[in-house]
Design a protein around this ligand. Structure first.
Ligand code: HPA
Length: 233
């Protein structure tokens, strides 16, 4: 069995999949954190790997950037490969003054400026939320690791280079902690299949202070986030 975007055979993918946006990040993480690693996908270079972490079977696969991309991969993982939980591990821009570079955001829910949920033809607006089970576990681990973290809403935008230069401020005024480009579609797809999803983000830049992290700094916080994701996988 395979799909147009994934050449994995059934059984080659674990029940929990960690998804960074960048497929090369997936490769790096699999090679450095998992044992007995086997690559299951190279279609469109959206690399995917399965291995074990402390004896537990875990998969790591790139999601690509944006809601259409994670929408495709998460749909196939949930629907065709029997995946039960997807944990996105990504980066975001901070929208609040108290959210600093390298902090971790654990997304309780995601807003969107896109139209992903229109396909469900609901008589209103779908509120995309993460799995409380995964959220609770992630928060407990973040506390235990004494990392600086925030729990709350985020905005999953379909646009990176906005014509409206104030769009971030408008989402910030509604309490969104950070901006990224995938989680609304991920949470909606999980809800559609009655499966679990969570998003963990490290703050790579601030839209408030305009600061950016260096590649090395990003690597370090990414490690804490990755360990949280692997523990709850
Ligand atoms: N905008 C959207 N996505 C992002 C950003 C941002 O500023 N930073 C990291 N991912």
């Amino acid at each position: 069995m395979s799909t147009p975007h994934n050449q994995a055979q059934r059984g080659e993918i674990a029940k929990t999949v960690l998804m960074p946006g960048d497929p090369l990040r997936a490769k790096f993480l699999a090679e450095n954190y998992l044992e007995d690693v086997k690559q299951f996908n190279t279609v469109r270079n959206m690399l995917g790997y399965t291995g074990t972490y402390k004896g537990k079977k875990v998969s790591i696969m790139g999601s690509g950037m944006g809601q259409p991309s994670i929408g495709i991969y998460s749909y196939e993982l949930f629907h065709y490969y029997g995946v039960e939980a997807i944990i996105r591990i990504g980066s975001c821009g901070a929208l609040q003054e108290n959210v600093h570079l390298r902090d971790i955001i654990i997304a309780q829910g995601a807003c969107t400026d896109g139209n992903f949920a229109s396909q469900y033809e609901l008589p209103g607006t779908f509120s995309a939320i993460s799995s409380f089970d995964l959220l609770e576990k992630a928060v407990a681990l973040a506390k235990q690791k004494k990392v600086s973290y925030h729990v709350g809403n985020i905005i999953a935008s379909d646009v990176f280079y906005h014509a409206d230069k104030d769009s971030d401020k408008k989402w910030a005024s509604m309490g969104c902690l950070g901006v990224e480009m995938e989680s609304y579609a991920l949470f909606a797809t999980a809800a559609y299949f009655k499966k679990k999803a969570l998003t963990l983000l490290t703050v790579s830049d601030s839209l408030v202070t305009k600061e950016e992290t260096t590649a090395l700094e990003r690597e370090k916080t990414f490690t804490a986030m990755m360990e949280i994701a692997l523990e709850i996988a």
